[in-house]
Design a protein around this ligand. Sequence first.
Ligand SMILES: C[S@@+](CC[C@H](N)C(=O)[O-])C[C@H]1O[C@@H](n2cnc3c(N)ncnc32)[C@H](O)[C@@H]1O
Length: 240
Amino acid sequence: MDWDAFFTVHKDLPREGPGTQDDVDWACGLADLAPDAVICDAGAGPGGDVSALLAHVPRGRVVAVEKVPGFVRQGQTRFADTPRVSFEEGDMAALADHAQAPFDLIWCAGALYFLGLEAGIAAMAKALKAGGVLAFSEPCFFVDSPSPAARAFWDGYPAQTPETLSKMLQDAGFAVLGQRALPDDSWEAYFRPMERRIAELRTTQSERLEPMLEACAAEADAWRAVRRETGYLLSVARLG
Ligand SMILES: C[S@@+](CC[C@H](N)C(=O)[O-])C[C@H]1O[C@@H](n2cnc3c(N)ncnc32)[C@H](O)[C@@H]1O
């Protein structure tokens, strides 16, 4: 990975994966949080969901944990004047050891699979209070026989189905409160700002950047071609 090129495209984008405030509101509605609840945004990227999460805990806190220093700096700048938010560099695999753990809600948008799904669910369970809630989005197929293009979109990663994800959560001691596919708007909220950045860079940058611009543009095109067959499933589940 050419990280310089990656950050030239991704620097200061509002978010690093699909999602909107509506997704946060839906999940927090199911979680039924106390006003002083403590939420962890695990794999927060640049903090695109933090304000929406904070609005659900008017006397609580959001602890954003992210491992890439560039995103952490962006998040820290963004929330420098918001005392109820802390934005920290860290590894979400070790959330159970965090000073603010156990959490009332762990929100993990498009990031749990970095730990491996089963290991990720187990790590989050250890970092939640009894009765705490995990909300996460995960690659999923929405049709019985996904096309080769839909399978290729995840580049070998084993996408789930709603049923297999539910079972995995139940086996890990969770009760599933709800599941829904992220709508197209959520994906476009990630892709459109990135595509605007790509268009700007094409007019100003050297050819060295072109492979990265092409790869980022291709991700958006590939998703639009398969969006009826696959995407992210947002699952909300309470630890028993
Ligand atoms: C697809 S991005 C989503 C970011 C953000 N949740 C959003 O929706 O904009 C996944 C994020 O997870 C972060 N990440 C991956 N593994 C991590 C780990 N072990 N601990 C903390 N963050 C991690 C990545 O650096 C990346 O910012």
